[in-house]
Write a protein that binds this ligand. Sequence first.
Ligand SMILES: [Zn+2]
Length: 108
Amino acid sequence: METKTVTKMAKCVCGGKLSHTSIEKNGVKLKVQKCSKCGEIYIPGSEMLKYDIIKGRSPMVRKIRKSGDSLIVTVPKQIVEKFNVHDGDVIAFEHHEKEIKLKIIHME
Ligand SMILES: [Zn+2]
């Protein structure tokens, strides 16, 4: 089955109409658009991200784990390297509307 990741499609490249449907990709249910003419399947980027999260394939996504009474999240390697994060550094959580910004504070 050939699939393409897209943001938003009105029509298939073949000119056929797209309709909303859902498929199962390796056990993960995804909302997709399917061409009624050629059968091409278009997966929205947000659905691909959901797939990557469920499959643990996105390096910038972390699952929250429980440890005692705390919830723990690890720092992705790319962030560790890019921002020179070390053991003992502090991360400050900044609340912005519906998002959280993480600020790394180096302690040395
Ligand atoms: Zn088509």
